[in-house]
Design a protein around this ligand. Structure first.
Ligand SMILES: [Cu+2]
Length: 467
């Protein structure tokens, strides 16, 4: 049965379904808990605990938390590995693999000391397993297909049982045909809250996983053999402008946690603040040792969390600092035409390609505003508008919106920041001063380039080649 979480997370709160399905009799205890399914990429309200220790639940950007039920003293979850359709941003979907209707899968939240029983049903066309990245558990629950357990074949359901040894920031992903299954989007967050509700507590706690995809414009399925040349750099399988904003009230203690399941590192940079790196997938950084940063690198297979007090209102950019990771599918193969006379050049190219459109002769910023015809199912390489114009970003980019007077638990987009008067960069309109300038670079177009061809074995003297 497919349940839209949106329906049961109504005004009455998310716990209605969970208590309704609470186990009473033996027959029910033996049954598999319901597997909730999510139909869209809309951020769901955090799942506030109604039993057990209190904690501040996380908010999954463009995602949700998996409901559970109590069965005796076991907390039971049900994950379903299956093909899904994920919207990357309005205008583009990917045919991915994920869990319970989405990629990434729903976040799992529990408390230090909890006994968790996680049912995993495989609806993929091939076998899978789940590895609980960072958790301390019995070896046979570690989820490495072939090594610690038999693979979960299509149609089978396996059960993982372990007690959560420590609080912190973890994730789950397959350890079976990993190259394919992670390139297809199979991953999810796993947050273990401290038993002591006051320990390292924050007011708002956001999570996202980084995944990279290679999806050609006009197609839907990621190319799973790609190693380096990805064109979709995503947070929770979303790209700017489709990534949720991170909304906080002035004065809130905020935590942002992320993990990296791409094939390269991501230096995550936040504007307007310095922050403290508070948690890794290995555990909490002692408060006295939490180090300050404005950019924290997250290597492949790592998780990082940082904390800050949202004391500076504004619309602050947060993004990966690799500039190619703030771009979408179109345009990664564009040559550098800066300085080229585009009229002459286009005239010549149009003799071969009549619809050729020159781009980027002054830079590439014009592409942020360009409305060019795109193939089906792809996104412009940089896009997204804010109050002052095109943001010229894609991929791993979002906005931390800090506002005065937000109610706790209010994650709605508050709109663009109203800057206090006199605090926005402005155009100088006085007398222009005669500035010394470097002379214009001149290119001698008549001189042909010199190309040197060296036969193998006749390498120029002084090279470092050992052949
Ligand atoms: Cu990056």
């Amino acid at each position: 049965m497919t349940i839209s979480r949106r329906n049961f997370l109504g005004a009455s709160g998310g716990m209605a379904l969970i208590s309704a399905s609470a186990v009473s009799g033996r027959a029910q205890a033996a049954a598999i808990p319901e597997a909730a399914t999510m139909n869209d990429a809309v951020m769901q309200p955090p799942l506030v605990p109604t039993t057990g220790p209190d904690y501040q639940p996380v908010v999954t950007l463009n995602g949700w938390t998996l409901p559970w039920r109590m069965n005796g003293d076991w907390k039971e979850f049900h994950l379903v590995a299956e093909p899904v359709v994920r919207e990357f941003s309005p205008g583009m979907v990917g045919h991915l693999w994920g869990y319970n209707g989405q990629s990434p899968g729903p976040s799992i939240e529990a408390v230090e000391g909890d006994k968790v029983r996680i049912f995993v049903t495989n609806r993929l066309p091939e076998h899978t397993t789940i590895h609980w990245h960072g958790q301390l558990l019995p070896c046979g629950m570690d989820g490495v297909g072939g090594l610690t357990q038999p693979h979960i074949k299509p149609g089978q359901t396996f059960v993982y049982e372990f007690q959560l040894q420590k609080s912190g920031t973890f994730m789950y992903h397959p350890h079976a045909d990993e190259m394919v299954q992670m390139a297809m989007g199979m991953m999810g967050f796993f947050v273990v809250h401290p038993k002591d509700p006051a320990f390292r507590r924050v007011d708002r706690d956001f999570v996202f996983l980084m995944a990279a995809y290679d999806i050609d414009p006009g197609t839907y399925v990621p190319k799973v053999a790609e190693m380096t040349n990805f064109n979709m750099w995503t947070w929770n399988s979303r790209v700017f402008p489709g990534i949720d904003h991170i909304v906080a009230g002035k004065g809130d203690k905020v935590r942002i946690r992320f993990g990296n399941l791409t094939m390269t590192n991501h230096p995550i940079h936040m504007h307007g603040y310095d922050f403290k790196v508070s948690c890794t997938d290995g555990g909490w950084v002692p408060e006295a040792a939490a180090w300050p940063e404005v950019t924290v690198d997250c290597a492949v297979g790592q998780m990082r969390a940082f904390d800050f007090v949202a004391d500076a209102p504004g619309d602050w950019a947060i993004h990966c600092h690799k500039s190619h990771h703030t771009m979408n599918a179109m345009g990664h193969d564009v040559g550098n035409f800066i300085g080229v006379d585009k009229k002459e050049f286009s005239k010549k190219v149009r003799q071969i390609v009549p619809e050729y459109m020159p781009m980027g002769t002054a830079g590439m910023a014009d592409m942020g505003e360009m409305e060019m015809p795109l193939p089906d199912n792809t996104l412009p390489m940089m896009t997204g508008f804010a109050q002052f114009g095109a943001v010229e970003m894609g991929g791993m980019f979002s906005v931390v919106k800090v506002r005065e007077g937000l109610a706790s638990g209010d994650y709605k987009d508050p709109g663009w920041f109203k800057h206090p008067e006199g605090t926005v960069a402005f155009e100088w309109k006085g007398e222009p001063k005669k500035a010394e300038r470097a002379p214009e670079p001149r290119f001698d177009t008549k001189k042909t380039a010199e190309v040197r061809v060296v036969k193998p074995g006749n390498r120029p003297i002084g090279g470092h080649d050992n052949h």
